[in-house]
Design a protein around this ligand. Sequence first.
Ligand code: FAD
Length: 388
Amino acid sequence: MAVIGAGPAGLIVANLLRKAGVDCVVLERHTRAHVEQRARAGLIEPRVVEMLRRFGLADRLLRMADAHTTCEFRIDGRRHEINYSAAHGGRRHYVYPQQELVTDLVAAFLDAGGDLRFQAADVRPHGLDTDRPWVTYVDGATGETTRLDCDFVAGCDGFHGVSRASVPAGALTEHSHEHGIGWLSVLAEAPPSTKAIIYALHPDGFAGHMLRSSTVSRFYLQCPVGDSVDNWPDERVWAELHKRLALRDEDWTLTEGPIIEKRVLDMRSFVVEPMSYGRLYLAGDAAHIITPVGGKGMNLAAHDAERLAEALVAHYEGSDALLHDYSATCLRRVWRSQEFCQWMTEVIHASRDAGSSFRQRLAVARLEHLLTSPAAAAVFAENYLGQD
Ligand code: FAD
């Protein structure tokens, strides 16, 4: 079994297979230090934490992560808190930086004797429509080309990886949507100025205060599509955050700190169907990407990975039913998450660039419904926390 990519998807597949006694080799193009330091997501759904705990992969997470039960919408300078945990049976999110999870998963796999090859260059899958595919790669240390023969290939190499690109043209259907919204994503060495994630709607555009750790926070600022970080010197970033996150009738201070990462994300959604071709099974961002609005990307990657590992284990136990259903099972959750994130994208960008005044008014009506109706809050909570 070959797994391409050591992100959350590939590492969860590999760990679960290893625990079931199925041999696999993970090929990762970057160094261990690089994947263990790549800061991205931070919000983990309760079902993912429970899955990791069940497989003995959540010890450090459960010791270090903060549990979260509320989020805040800031509209016209006023707070509106939603206790989504109370609206959904007391279930809680965990805030744990993605790079910490990746670090834990790398260590667990290597400690269990797993075969993880970093700096694997020019990885290429071959013979995917045969019973015996193989993967070639160039060893980063020796420069030698190596061939791995396997039963299956797990394509867990993200949106720009080689796995999906190796499928013959026309074999997969791609669904893609550009939202026409840009976000400046900022990571700062600043302790959080809030206990709950803040989604702020401001006439100049959305601003978000996300949580990562006691010393680091992520912020988002709505900006034009295709904007450049060169247009966002640190002083402008902080000035816009102060303005868009400001409260009207309360004292509240935004704590600043050194900015350690800035990038512009153009909001885009993408899904490929089916999530397999021959003996190649795609998982995580290799098969779908979603706007970061609802914190779903890493959670979908973890769900795909769990489904794929269980299907492969079942194959070696004599049943291919789960492999047959793998794509359909994952896509149900993927589309439900896409729908939720689309809803949330429209709601939090209501104040600006919502496309038309009609859509702006719809977005405001949705938000009012969410903030005044327990039934709407329960639906939000179920989607935000993720289905069981
Ligand atoms: P990746 O994490 O992209 O891992 C793929 C791996 O494959 C990488 O290690 C890569 O180096 C390797 N690779 C790529 N090509 C090759 C190749 N040719 N050969 C070998 N290896 C290869 N999600 C959330 O759930 N919540 C959030 O709050 C959130 N915030 C985000 C914020 C930002 C700024 C970004 C960029 C993303 C965010 N996401 C969030 C999305 C989340 O990070 C991704 O959905 C998640 O990383 C997907 O995991 P993955 O394993 O599928 O892919």
